[in-house]
Design a protein around this ligand. Structure first.
Ligand SMILES: CC(C)(COP(=O)(O)OP(=O)(O)OC[C@H]1O[C@@H](n2cnc3c(N)ncnc32)[C@H](O)[C@@H]1OP(=O)(O)O)[C@@H](O)C(=O)NCCC(=O)NCCS
Length: 161
């Protein structure tokens, strides 16, 4: 990756810029409620921003599980559509995997909506397994009513070497 790309830790001041780009980066889906400011306040040291020529082109919001001492959790990962397919999502995940390993975390978990088939394929490429569910869509297992009625999720896990 060329020098103009910089991968850095997140900061609380990244919250506003993340809110600005999320609907466009998620293809018009408005998931901003899923990234309240507290994530940037309290998990900035385990979350990362990719910049290109000083502009944010990707982010991962992630944390070390307080309740499960062997696990890390990736909550949201987004890349500017103009930069898809250049390895930015992979770089962001790998940076978080590094933090997990440094902190004795051997399992990383994440989840996504079954409608987000691109995210499912991306996670499979990143080496995540799909948990069995009680529903299926295009061969993808999901857990019904995961967060609340009608909010189904595909659960991912990856064991770090
Ligand atoms: C999913 C997303 C983060 C991928 O980011 P990216 O920077 O384009 O991904 P990368 O270029 O790092 O790709 C890593 C691997 O995943 C694969 N991949 C990425 N997007 C894919 C897709 N839509 N379909 C199939 N494979 C895909 C790549 O081919 C690559 O595989 P390889 O390393 O074996 O060649 C990006 O498409 C995105 O931001 N989507 C909208 C937000 C979202 O859905 N986030 C995830 C849920 S929180």
């Amino acid at each position: 990756m060329e020098k103009a790309f910089v991968l850095r830790s997140a900061r609380p001041s990244d919250h506003g810029p993340i809110m600005e780009v999320m609907p466009a980066w998620w293809g018009g889906r408005d998931l901003r409620h899923g990234v309240p400011r507290l994530f940037l306040e309290h998990f900035s040291n385990t979350s990362f921003i990719m910049e290109h020529e000083g502009r944010m082109v990707g982010f991962i919001i992630a944390f070390l599980s307080p309740a499960r001492p062997g696990e890390g959790y990736a909550h949201f990962l987004g890349v500017d559509p103009a930069y898809h397919g250049q390895g930015i999502g992979r770089r962001l995940y790998e940076r978080f995997f590094e933090v997990c390993r440094q902190n004795g975390r051997s399992v990383v978990r994440a989840c996504t909506s079954p409608v987000n088939s691109a995210s499912v394929r991306f996670h499979q490429k990143m080496g995540f397994s799909l948990a069995p569910g009680d529903g299926q869509r295009d061969g993808i297992p999901f857990i019904r009513d995961y967060n609340r009625p009608g909010d189904d999720k595909v659960e991912f896990s990856k064991r770090l070497e």
